[in-house]
Design a protein around this ligand. Sequence first.
Ligand code: PEP
Ligand code: MN
Length: 341
Amino acid sequence: MRIFLSHDASAHDIGKALERAGELAGNPLSVRLDTSGDCLSIEIRTNGNPIDPAAFSSLTGVDRIEDPEPVYHLSSSGTPGTRAIEIPFAGVSIGSENFVVMAGPCAVENDEDLLETARVAKNAGARILRGGAFKPRTSPYSFQGVGPEGLEMLARVREEVGIGIITEAMEPATVGAVAEIADIVQIGSRNMHNYPLLKEAGQAGKPVLVKRGMSATLEEWLGAAEYVLSEGNPDVILCERGIRTFSRHSRHTLDIGVIPVIHERTDLPVIIDPSHATGKASRVPAMARAAVAAGADGLLMEIHPEPSRAMSDGFQTLSFDEYNTLMSELKLIADAVGRKI
Ligand code: PEP
Ligand code: MN
């Protein structure tokens, strides 16, 4: 941000503007008085943290303020509150008073397990069934998902149980097939920077959930959302799933603190994935409860009839008993913060 001072600004005016800049930047080293132009200006380097220009507009001696164009602008409608994203088949809107739970296996495995999981998920209050047909795995030797057949299984269970579907699209060529059966198209953490995929998803005609890259800053994450939004699709949901930090005690560090920041800076709904963040089933309930209390708009979590035989991510997957207990706790917390499950 650059504050241009008027030609008749007094030494007192300049001093006041510098003082204000120092306060807002939080570090005197990020403020510099530039004398090189035909009028004095104050440059503030905030490293992406926004400063409200209104903080300077009332000072005498200030001529104008220039703020570089933000990299994202469609993620905010300019009106307060969160945009509501309708999921008609599931009868909910994400980003409203509904706290939307999406639960299911890491990967679609077979019809029988999927059907049972969908019923249990729905009975306890989940409106969306999760499950990947295409799995982005760290190792090429790990189970890669059952592929297109998994989409057919999801489509059958969707009709039979009456539950919405979220499933991942891994490459531009399969976005169309995923969007045909899914109520929400998921973009995985590893693909958050895959811009051709994001653009394709933006044209899919379905809401898109953009998972945060595991090493992505908020700005990079919002930039990814902007790729989808700029294709004309306003229905973008953000999903925090843990990031890499210096901490080694947990698979990833769940950035709960990003929830209020997203609500301050954008009007996109944000949901939390406590399963991939913690990497351990015993830690999922605590993070899920925290997510509701912290103002998240929903949860994405892994459940399975028998986590120990899940073909992927079994160790972070809740059993049905654990899931049912958690859901009854989440309902109490949701109630206390004015949300409905
Ligand atoms: C998933 O949700 O299926 C998944 C692979 O998670 P992530 O992209 O966050 O690793
Ligand atoms: Mn998983």
